[in-house]
Design a protein around this ligand. Structure first.
Ligand code: GLN
Length: 205
């Protein structure tokens, strides 16, 4: 990538963070694993990976990361959530396990509700050629117990739908994918995020 490398953090509390790291590095980004609030300092963008969102939410509380991530975004940092990470971004989480009273905390950086496991349980994980707005060819999307978005606010744009459900959204410097681009041999969505990060950085400069 031309110009100065971008500094991207990957939340590394749980889940598929190594795959994001490798893909971002292959595109020229400098990647730091984020576990503590201090790890966010100096980053241009942050990726919240897939995994298990109830566990990740619990770890965000344990490591006191909720407010620092919101502040990172408010200060102009771009944020991308994949699957469980996208669940963390939403305004409202539906389908949380009953032992948590069906409630699950979220960052609220994306004006949309999210339904967990919208395409069924683990056995219903699948790969599909997904048409994505802005990409010429469909993206080979891997869905693993994937969520879907609904009640999308006017500030957010739906970039992809599958079976009539929204699975990729962008709202300003926030990107959300219900699927796992880091598990596909295709770097286009990581490249798209790095472009968003670069744009946001220029706007803030
Ligand atoms: N179903 C998981 C959840 O609700 C997300 C799965 C994933 O990240 N692949 O947390």
């Amino acid at each position: 990538m031309a110009g100065k490398p971008l500094h991207i953090g990957v939340l590394a509390l749980q889940g598929a963070f190594r795959e994001h790291r490798q893909r971002l590095e292959s595109l020229g980004a400098l990647v730091r694993e984020v576990r503590l609030p201090a790890d966010l300092v100096g980053l241009d963008g942050l990726v919240l990976p897939g995994g298990e969102s109830t566990t990740m939410a619990r770890l965000l509380t344990e490591y006191a990361l909720w407010q620092p991530i919101r502040k990172f975004h408010a200060g102009g940092g771009a944020v991308w959530g994949t699957c469980a990470g996208a669940i963390l971004l939403a305004r409202e989480v539906r389908g949380a396990p009953p032992q948590f009273g069906g409630q699950q905390a979220s960052l609220g950086l994306l004006d949309a509700a999210v339904q967990r496991n919208a395409f069924g349980r683990q056995i219903n994980s699948f790969a599909a050629p997904l048409p994505v707005s802005g990409l010429e060819e469909p993206f080979p999307a891997v869905f693993i117990r994937a969520p879907a978005f609904s009640d999308v606010g006017s500030q957010a744009t739906v970039l992809a739908t599958w079976e009539g459900q929204a699975v990729m959204l962008r709202q300003g410097a926030v990107l959300a994918t219900a699927f796992h681009p880091e598990l596909s041999p295709d770097a286009r969505i990581h490249a798209l995020f790095l472009m968003m990060v670069a744009e946001t950085k220029t706007e803030m400069a």
